[in-house]
Design a binder for this molecule. Structure first.
Ligand code: CS2
Length: 499
């Protein structure tokens, strides 16, 4: 390639000229039909479901090309669209890099301004499977109960305008209505977000809207649509400009949609489908009867550790997960939390030794080539702590077990939000639907941590009232706030570890 010309952009024409150490799709993309859609084409989808599908197409070619839809920013046509859906997937582990071009996304659709383009795809008779990664808050549910949040502005809008919705549940309900009224083909809607019983939650929020229609939609959905639950796993941080630059430097082409992930990946899917299904179980995914033990294991151990390292890591002035876990104090804290408090809450998981899983998870978090920012993981913490920290706390309290570490992790999340309030000089920008509310409570209450704990625990959409009323839990939260809002939060963490 000419050193003075701008690097060529990745696309179908460039593929045959790429370096031989870059893996390329082994199937004929021009013969690939679009049989499924995905909503939320972010780094995680590109590094996870799209890669499994690429594996499937390479080993058993079938009609499972993916139409990638974004209903929220970023725009896809300028990046993936200009590359005909092609992108580079880098797997990094410390100094090692493996590069592969993924070809499973055949078309991208931007539906940020109106639901119409998304509805056209989702209602099409060609689409038998819809996967979703729309983040925890995309479901518009109440985290503490799983019910549809009817006060959510997008849901208020969709209840008034069901034919031109804005929310994920609204768009899916309308797409299913279009299917019912036209070809009537069954479809599977597969949630791939880190929410416990994600299929049940998705079915709840869609059905809550469908049941308000008077045309039999709710019954049609019950008979023709499957909502399996799934556990998904691979650490794949948001792509940074440095990742795009690295592909240019290393491989000599421009790829605006590159994604970087770790070697580990896992996908456990409840075997509950409607219509035709991509056989991801032939390429490493597992189809099982019950996902619950797997999702508890993953969300409480790996995600619980990530959230804890993220918020305490920011309080300690550390940038990435790998920096936080390299800190001996935080490493000790998180290991003790997982082994002493989290592990005893897990159900037996077929083929998995819990302690080995903890060690494997900690090793994954130590991968220095994965630049996962603590602030990214701390984003939307209010939507994550129920499944990662509060559920194991509730179960431990029911059995009279201690919550010394898990409760500090919960106050780590509170302190992360509060230390960005006016009282603390707005130390960092926070992105969390409850961020302003909790920072506002801290500003209003001042230094009285007892009153602050009471005000935060009264938010019943996060803390279920029974848990919030538990005296041991309240006292632990007050102590945690005292410690983590003081002058030296890490001194408090040290004190907890010396228990
Ligand atoms: C992370 C997850 O940002 C976050 O909340 O904890 O995205 C995590 O990296 C994945 O769940 C790993 O599978």
């Amino acid at each position: 390639m000419n050193a003075s010309a701008p690097p060529e952009r990745l696309g179908p024409k460039l593929i045959s000229r790429l370096r031989s150490d870059i893996q390329k799709p082994s199937y004929d993309r021009t013969a690939l039909a679009a049989g499924m859609a995905h909503i939320g084409v972010g780094a995680f989808h590109r590094c996870h479901q799209a890669e499994y599908t690429d594996d499937l197409l390479s080993s058993h070619f079938d009609r499972w090309g993916v139409v990638g839809i974004n209903i929220r920013p970023p725009n896809l046509s300028q990046t993936l669209g200009r590359q005909s859906g092609l992108y580079t997937r880098l797997i990094r582990e410390d100094a090692q890099v493996e590069a592969r071009i993924i070809g499973s996304i055949v078309r991208v659709v931007d539906s940020q301004d109106s639901a119409a383009p998304a509805l056209d795809v989702l209602a099409s008779a060609d689409i038998d499977m819809v996967t979703l990664t729309v983040t925890e808050k995309g479901y518009c549910h109440v985290p503490s109960s799983g019910a549809l949040d009817v006060g959510h502005p997008d849901i208020v809008h969709d209840l008034a305008n069901p034919l031109m919705p804005r929310s994920v549940p609204g768009i899916l309900a309308r797409a299913l209505e279009l299917r019912m009224n036209s070809h009537g083909r069954p479809v599977t809607l597969l949630s791939c977000d880190n929410i416990p019983t994600n299929g049940v939650i998705l079915a709840n929020v869609v059905q809550a809207l469908a049941s308000r229609r008077s045309n039999g939609l709710a019954d049609w959905i019950a008979a023709n649509v499957a909502f399996p639950s799934a556990m998904v796993d691979r650490i794949a941080p948001a792509t940074s400009p440095a990742d795009i630059e690295a592909v240019e430097q290393h491989f000599g082409y421009r790829d605006a949609a590159v994604v970087v992930g770790e070697p580990f990946r896992q996908w456990v899917i409840e075997q509950k489908f409607a219509g035709r299904v991509p056989r991801w179980d032939r390429v490493g995914a597992s189809f099982v009867g019950d996902v619950t033990p797997f999702e508890h294991l993953k969300m409480r151990v790996l995600n619980g550790a990530q959230t804890t390292l993220a918020t305490l890591g920011v309080l300690a002035g550390l940038e990435h997960t790998s920096d936080a876990i390299a800190d001996p104090l935080l490493a000790t804290f998180v290991r003790r939390m997982l082994t002493e408090e989290t592990l005893p809450t897990l159900m037996p998981v077929p083929g998995m030794a819990p302690l080995a899983y903890v060690e494997q998870s900690l090793a994954r978090l130590r991968n220095t080539a994965i630049r996962h920012r603590n602030h990214q993981i701390a984003t939307d913490g209010s939507q994550k702590i129920v499944q990662r920290l509060l559920n194991p706390i509730r179960e431990r309290l029911q059995r009279g077990d201690s919550i010394a570490f898990l409760s500090v992790a919960v106050t780590g999340w509170m302190a992360y939000l509060i230390r960005s309030s006016a009282r603390f000089g707005r130390r960092w920008p926070v992105s969390d639907p409850y961020g302003d509310r909790i920072a506002g409570l801290a500003d209003a209450v001042g230094a009285d941590t007892k009153a602050l704990a009471a005000a935060i625990l009264a938010i019943d959409t996060i803390f279920d009232p029974e848990l919030a009323a538990n005296g041991d839990f309240r006292n632990a939260i007050i102590a945690g706030l005292d410690g983590l809002l003081g002058d030296d939060p890490m001194a408090f963490v040290r004190q907890v570890c010396a228990l």
